[in-house]
Design a protein around this ligand. Structure first.
Ligand SMILES: Cc1cc2nc3c(=O)[nH]c(=O)nc-3n(C[C@H](O)[C@H](O)[C@H](O)COP(=O)(O)OP(=O)(O)OC[C@H]3O[C@@H](n4cnc5c(N)ncnc54)[C@H](O)[C@@H]3O)c2cc1C
Length: 416
């Protein structure tokens, strides 16, 4: 069923009785051409582009819970292309372009809102660093504007500009940055993949990876064995555990990142604001809740919940930046399991096992990467070649030392 405004109106007039489920609920087949382990944003996007760009349809996505139950439905929804290093910048630039056409491509409203992102700076040295970052963004073909203090004040008059610890000197404005509704992205890709014949199999945990003579032959699951010539591991925070099923030890640590949402308020914040020195970022959802987060919990864990010292740290940072936030009531908080790499950059690569591919290491920035990650992982699985915008995301950089070290990322960024 194709969605449209007319459809919404006519369904509304007739009691909304004509909607059909957005995707099927098939039983797993005995064999597929390709299996994607993980029904998060990256896994669903990979399946979608394998079908759309490469004409494969005998594909299954195996998800141990329900679609969108992982980080894709837990993030703070920020979409941007403001990376500094070559290798990252062309990839995220490609991703933002895909975001800009995503709703019409998927025929699905993911509520992509390019409301502008402002990264604040608080010293002359930081201003220089952001000027360089802005120049890199512009030379990549993306947008960036350096704002002085009054320029920031014109956009965000409610911030505390005179705070003694981190007085605001200015900010880097990225107008094409913004937000999108996170679970709608999973649903949109799921529906698009299903319409192209992909089997989306929920409540199907992969418990083993079958390998014969160095080549993958299929997977073991809680719903039986399934054969496949190609298997992609796309499980975000569980990457280390699933890769271990194939005897691989990854350069990844899993850490918890928390997020918070307040009660619904009238429109007050119409940008995404990033306060790096305080480890705090915030935007307002279309329902009115202030959505914000901070730093990692800083101990390795597979628990999808956070600890109280980090809650306190995030609240302090919010109060420092915009004291008015103290009047809002926090409604919910939650945590997600982040697949942190030592250099803070991802991996989209083949593994030493033939036919087994890895898409992982998205740290706390993988939501914005969903379209390009799916695009590039599908390219890799279909052609056995890295896509040109993901050619630096190889596993062997940890052997050769050619790291892609974006400042302030990685599992131990306090040690950088
Ligand atoms: C609090 C928080 C805030 C964030 N904020 C942002 C942000 O603002 N912007 C941004 O760009 N990024 C952000 N991120 C990061 C982003 O959400 C993740 O990097 C990204 O969602 C990870 O990829 P995914 O969507 O495929 O992961 P997931 O949705 O976690 O998908 C992986 C799936 O694999 C499944 N799985 C695991 N093991 C198995 C198995 N054995 N068998 C079958 N299935 C399995 C899981 O159940 C899960 O559904 C944030 C993350 C968190 C937690």
């Amino acid at each position: 069923m194709r969605y449209s405004g007319l459809k919404v109106i006519t369904q509304g007039l007739f009691g909304n009785a004509g909607w059909k489920p957005a995707w099927r609920d098939p039983a797993p087949k005995a064999q597929y051409d390709a299996i994607i382990i993980g029904g998060g944003g990256h896994g669903l996007a990979t399946a979608y582009y394998l079908a759309k760009n490469h004409g494969l349809s005998n594909i299954a996505v195996l998800e141990k819970g329900y679609l969108g139950s992982g980080n894709i439905g837990r993030n703070t929804t920020i979409v941007r292309a403001n990376y500094f290093l070559q290798g990252n910048s062309e990839f995220y630039s490609h991703s933002l372009k895909l975001w800009e056409g995503l709703e019409s491509d998927l025929n699905y409203n993911v509520m992509h809102s390019q409301r502008g992102l402002i990264n604040l700076f608080h010293s002359d040295g930081q201003r220089d660093a952001f000027a360089r970052r802005g120049n890199m963004m512009i030379s990549q073909g993306d947008d960036a504007e350096l704002l002085d203090r009054e320029g920031v004040r014109a956009h965000l008059p409610y911030l505390d500009f005179e705070q003694t610890r981190f007085p605001i000197y200015g900010g880097l404005l990225h107008r094409r940055g913004g937000t999108a509704r996170h679970d709608a992205v999973a649903w949109g890709y799921a529906r698009g993949a299903d319409r192209r014949g992909v089997d989306l199999i929920q409540n199907c945990e992969v418990t083993g990876i079958d390998i014969e003579n160095g080549r993958v032959t299929g997977v073991q699951t809680t719903r039986g064995a399934i054969k496949a010539k190609k298997v992609g591991i796309v499980v975000a925070g569980r990457s280390g555990q699933v890769a271990a099923m194939a005897g691989l030890r990854l350069p990844i640590e899993s850490h918890i990142l928390q997020a918070f949402v307040t009660e619904g308020l009238k429109p007050v914040i119409d940008h995404v604001i990033s306060f790096g020195m305080g480890h705090f970022y915030i935007s307002q959802s279309d329902k009115g809740g202030l959505v914000f987060g901070g730093d990692l919990d800083f101990y390795a864990s597979y628990a999808s919940r956070g600890n109280l010292p980090m809650v306190e740290h995030v609240m302090e940072a919010g109060m420092t930046l915009m004291p008015m936030i103290g009047r809002a009531k926090v409604l919910r908080s939650w945590g997600g399991i982040m697949d942190m790499t030592p250099d803070g950059s991802p991996i989209i690569d083949r593994t030493p096992v033939e036919g087994l591919y890895l898409d992982a290491g998205w740290n706390y920035g993988g939501f914005k990467a969903v379209p390009a990650s799916g695009w590039c992982m599908a390219h890799l699985m279909a052609t056995d070649q890295s896509h040109e915008v993901a050619r630096r995301f190889r596993l062997d950089r940890y052997l050769t030392g050619h790291l892609l070290d974006e400042e302030g990322t990685g599992s131990q960024h306090n040690l950088h």
